[in-house]
Design a protein around this ligand. Structure first.
Ligand code: GLU
Length: 294
């Protein structure tokens, strides 16, 4: 295989809480798929939230991943080392007139909201700051303690036109073309006054910088792919393929969350679980070591 054709996968956790079974599933499934595809597997530490992501938390995350049997290639990329790259992307969008500063508080947004909800169930931004005069905007920017940079989604959609993504099946052998609906998200936040990025912006910049060809992640990020595809088009970044896997649910059928410490990998380890039991619990069977032998 030509090295430039080698598929590149990534697992990209945010170390702002303890890893749980859902992370283990995503990491190990990605590893399995990368191995089957003869691909490279990268680890990216999504630590743009420099307050909640501590060195201790990162250390713990790396230990948990190692313990559960996730083995990555190359030095992990840490987003906190790449703020300049995100700033460049943001500057490009600014130069293209595609972002604007928003000074609304959460309460102001709630009060002015139209009732429309984004795919995550949050109110769609009603556009209050979108049409401010340049004078008022500059004044607010100089005086405001905090503000957010929002993508002007209408303008963005006008620029990129209809957008799709390629959703692979679980064998990664077949892709379906999915029509993206970025308008459902409204004017998403791409950066803040003192943080030149957000999840959406850094994820597309990083996936491009790391030459990721296959993005395997949970179904909770399925609809966010619409925003990522718009940003990839606006920033002229390559288009990876996606596979959104099912989520591990708790006994009540809810998505696992970092706040439920009882389900953290650390807690399971302390209770005496082994990595093999975790794999079995997740339905990820060990490869048959004797395969191919006489
Ligand atoms: N950092 C994100 C998370 O932990 C995942 C990002 C991605 O896979 O695109 O939910």
């Amino acid at each position: 295989m030509n090295i430039s054709d080698q598929p590149i996968f990534r697992f990209a956790p945010s170390p702002n809480g303890q890893l749980h079974l859902g992370h283990a599933f995503s990491a190990l499934l990605t590893q399995e798929l990368a191995q089957k595809a003869d691909g490279k597997l990268l680890l990216r530490i999504e630590d743009i939230d420099t307050i909640r992501c501590t060195e201790e938390g990162i250390e713990q995350m790396l230990n948990d991943l190692d313990w559960v049997g996730f083995a990555w290639d190359e030095e992990p990329r840490r987003q906190s080392n790449h703020f300049d790259d995100y700033q460049k992307a943001l500057d490009q969008l600014k130069a293209d007139g595609l972002i604007y500063p928003c000074f609304c508080s959460r309460k102001q947004i709630k009060d002015a909201a139209t009732g429309a909800k984004d795919p995550d169930g949050a109110p769609v931004y009603p556009g209050t700051c979108k049409h401010m005069s340049p004078f008022t905007r500059d004044k607010h920017m100089a005086e405001a303690k905090a503000f957010a940079w929002r993508l002007d989604m209408d303008k963005a959609i006008q620029k990129v036109g209809d957008i799709t993504w390629q959703e692979l099946d679980e064998e990664l052998s077949h892709a379906e073309t999915i029509k993206a609906d970025p308008a459902a998200w409204g004017d998403v936040v791409l950066a803040r006054k003192y943080t030149p990025t957000s999840y959406h912006l850094s994820v597309v910049v990083d996936d491009a910088d790391q030459n990721i060809t296959h993005i395997t992640r949970g179904k909770d990020l399925y609809f966010a792919t619409a925003v990522h595809r718009v940003l990839q088009e606006l920033l002229q970044l390559p288009e990876p393929q996606y596979y959104h896997h099912g989520l591990i649910l708790d006994d009540e059928g809810n998505k696992l969350s970092k706040s439920k410490k009882s389900l953290s990998l650390e807690a399971l380890k302390k209770r005496g679980w082994t990595p093999e039991q975790i794999r079995a619990q997740l339905g990820l069977d060990e490869e048959d070591e004797s395969a191919g032998e006489d």
